[in-house]
Design a protein around this ligand. Structure first.
Ligand SMILES: [Zn+2]
Length: 355
């Protein structure tokens, strides 16, 4: 930025151009991120860590690269940006004279590819054809303890053709299984303790940001304080509802309400301050916001998020004539933070100690 508060191109500008050009050519966000992270001289992502598909997406959709000033849009808690307009309603140019923004046509094509509105270049389409589904490589057959493959609309154990290889081959509708595992994953996240590293790692993956161990500790403390403050507010509401503060015992109520609200506001501020680059973790604990973020995440990010917590998904053969799919009867999720039930106990502990 120069003295007139206008942006100038810095050394990162060529990576921005590279990202937009690659997306315009039809490469997926995931393959672009992978490219930046690999090679002899990997490019550091936002915050100095790795690139993730959603960080790529944020660049492609950020109007600042059209050369317009942006204002964070936070009404709905989302992290998107919208174009800032001055009091006359005009868009405000952010680049200094002589600095060109990303060609708008290029950005447009990159965005259209991102939303799948344009047919891809055939060569790129072939490269993307083997895009895995949400649980590809994670679904295993209860009968033979081997990976099930995706066939048509289902995950199936192909060894079932040979009764010696697998006596109880699974076959399960892919989307029914995906929904079941996704719900279990939501429940697992909501049940996390604030000090659970899963929460922070998931938020990092979600936002493409990384942080130091000290920041992680402060964030965990701040989240613990937030939970305490929320419990305090709820307790007060419950006490009030039960008549605890009915006259003449209502004299202290306004002060208690004020204190509880102040504690909550303070805890929220602390979480926001402890969040690296405004890494927002609280959305993972709120059902509605978590679901919205999940809906907005692309498939590769969802795959990554599931794998942060899930070791494998074991599915039993369905009972003949048993419809519809009953996940509780047929599915066992092996979580990464629990001992692996497929490794004998003592041996499993040795492995954990060695790791
Ligand atoms: Zn099998």
């Amino acid at each position: 930025m120069d003295a007139s508060k206008k942006l100038r191109h810095n050394s990162d500008w060529r990576y921005v151009l590279h990202i937009v050009e690659s997306a315009a050519l039809g490469f997926s966000h995931r393959s672009i991120a992978k490219g930046l992270n690999s090679g002899p001289a990997p490019i550091a992502g936002p915050g100095g860590g790795l690139w993730y598909p959603n960080a790529v997406a944020r660049i492609i959709h950020n109007p600042v690269y059209e050369g317009r000033q942006v204002a964070p849009r936070q009404k709905d808690g989302s992290r998107r940006f919208e174009v800032y307009r001055d009091q006359q309603g005009n868009r405000v140019r952010v680049f200094a004279d002589g600095c060109e923004p990303v060609p708008y046509e290029l950005l447009l094509r990159a965005r259209q590819n991102a939303s799948g509105n344009r047919l891809l270049d055939p060569a790129v389409r072939v490269a993307n054809r083997e895009t895995p589904h949400l649980l590809t490589d994670s679904v295993m057959c209860f009968g033979c303890r081997r990976t099930a493959s995706v066939r048509g609309l289902s995950h199936v154990c192909w060894r079932g053709k040979d009764a010696l290889a697998c006596a109880e081959p699974l076959s399960v509708f892919r989307t029914a299984l995906e929904d079941y595992v996704t719900e279990a994953w939501f429940a697992r996240l909501k049940a996390t303790r604030p000090e659970d590293p899963l929460l922070v790692v998931a938020a990092e993956r979600w936002t493409g940001l990384r942080q130091t161990p000290e920041m992680a500790t402060e964030l965990a403390d701040a989240l613990a304080a937030l939970k305490t403050a929320e419990a305090g507010v709820q307790r007060l509401v419950a006490q009030q509802a039960s008549g605890f503060f009915d006259p003449p015992f209502d004299t202290h109520l306004p002060r208690l309400q004020y204190e509880a609200r102040a504690a909550l506001d303070g805890a929220k501020r602390r979480v926001a301050e402890a969040s690296p680059k405004q890494l927002d973790v609280s959305f993972l604990l709120e059902d509605e916001r978590l679901r919205r973020a999940w809906d907005e995440a692309d498939l590769s990010l969802r795959r990554e998020l599931i794998r942060l917590a899930v070791r494998r998904v074991v599915v039993r053969k369905g009972k003949r004539g048993a419809h519809p799919f009953n996940g509780d009867d047929r599915v066992e999720i092996h979580w990464l933070d629990a001992p692996d039930p497929w490794i004998p106990q003592a041996e499993g502990e040795d492995l954990a100690a060695a790791a």
